[in-house]
Write a protein that binds this ligand. Structure first.
Ligand SMILES: [Zn+2]
Length: 102
C-alpha cells in the first residue's frame, strides 16, 4: 500500500525534469493521477538569488506536489515571493498535496 503512494509521488517528481527540459516553453504533460494532459507548474521565489519553491499541479483533479528550496532556472517565469498571497493564489489553485512516504 505504501509502495503505491511512493510510486505516485515519484511519478510527480519525474515531471520536474520534463518541465525543465522544455523551458521556456511548456509541453502537455499527463497527470500521474488522472492521466489528463495539462499539468501546470509555477516557480515562486527570490528573483535575485533565484532560490525558491516549485509547485506542480493538475488543474483537473487538483493534486500535485510542492518542492521547497529549488534553484529557479533562468528560463523559467518565476513569481516573486513579494507578491501578495492573493496574487499567488490567482495563479496557483488550492490543490491536494501528494506526499512522499519515505
Ligand atoms: Zn489529474
Amino acid at each position: 500500500m505504501s509502495q503505491k503512494r511512493k510510486s505516485l509521488f515519484l511519478k510527480w517528481m519525474y515531471l520536474v525534469s520534463d518541465i525543465n527540459n522544455f523551458l521556456p516553453n511548456s509541453t502537455a504533460l499527463a497527470c500521474p493521477n488522472c492521466y489528463q494532459l495539462g499539468v501546470d507548474f509555477q516557480y515562486v521565489g527570490d528573483l535575485q538569488t533565484k532560490i525558491g519553491y516549485m509547485v506542480i499541479w493538475c488543474p483537473f483533479c487538483l493534486q500535485g506536489i510542492h518542492i521547497s528550496r529549488v534553484s529557479i532556472p533562468d528560463q523559467a517565469q518565476a513569481l516573486s515571493f513579494n507578491l501578495s498571497p492573493e496574487k499567488i493564489l490567482k495563479r496557483i489553485p488550492n490543490f491536494t498535496l501528494v506526499k512522499p512516504d519515505y
